[in-house]
Ligand binder design. Structure first.
Ligand code: DX5
Ligand code: ZN
Length: 215
């Protein structure tokens, strides 16, 4: 079965002093989603953006907003991020010990896409019982927290194993470039998040085309 390949530039690597211009560049270049990395300084050792910025971004683009919450206690904030205009909200399984089913239900009730992410070291067992309620699984291919890290090839068997049992979107995030994207897609991923490999380039259209070209 062929899955639709989607490219999701991560704004973390954009020039925030020119955010509207940066987002217009990738939108005009034909990306599919806009990936927004939310970090709280607790779940990961970095702090980025909150609902206020998501709301501002919502006003300047029609792209679906793919909000990746790298935060503790996501149940406290999912409704804020939905109200701010997110189309998909992805939480981390590691941030929901014992209440993952409830948080997924909460996200579904907000009528936005619901995603769950796993850090490289977290096994698929953490989400296996819930797969029928998850629209997208995000498998981190770096330890979350920072852009510009190297792709962790050791996550590929997890992508393959998930593809065997899961027929919806599998997103990979971290260290994705024109070479590593091929390995991730061959393993079964179909949504590619890329920060540095898109915003770090002069020609973002070419960068997106290179990620799309899987030959
Ligand atoms: C890392 C973030 C990623 C990051 C990817 O914690 O979730 O989305 O921005 O950046 P690159 O593509 O530069 O690895
Ligand atoms: Zn991300």
């Amino acid at each position: 079965m062929a899955y639709t390949l989607k490219i999701a530039p991560s704004v973390l690597a954009a020039d925030f002093s020119e955010l509207a211009v940066e987002i217009r560049r990738v939108e005009e270049a034909g990306c599919d989603l806009l990936h927004l990395d939310v970090m709280d300084g607790h779940f990961v050792p970095n702090i980025t953006i909150g609902p206020f910025i998501v709301k501002a971004i919502r006003r300047i683009t029609k792209l679906p907003l793919d909000t990746h919450l790298m935060i503790e206690n996501p149940e406290r904030y999912v409704s804020e991020f939905a109200k701010a205009g997110s189309d998909h909200i992805t939480i981390h399984a590691e941030a929901c010990p014992g209440n993952l089913a409830e948080v997924l239900e909460q996200i579904r009730a907000l009528k936005v896409g619901c995603g769950v992410s796993l850090k490289p070291a977290t096994p698929l067992d953490a989400i296996q019982p819930f797969l029928d309620r998850i629209d997208m699984v995000l498998l981190m291919t770096v330890n979350p927290g920072f852009g510009g890290q190297s792709f962790m090839r050791e996550v590929l068997p997890k992508v393959q194993a998930l593809r065997k049992i899961y027929k919806r979107d599998i997103e990979v995030d971290g260290g994705i470039n024109k070479d590593t994207s091929k390995e991730a897609v061959a393993a079964g991923a179909n949504v590619l998040v890329a920060g540095t490999a898109i915003f770090g380039k002069q020609d973002v259209r070419k960068a997106i085309e290179e990620l799309r070209c899987q030959m």
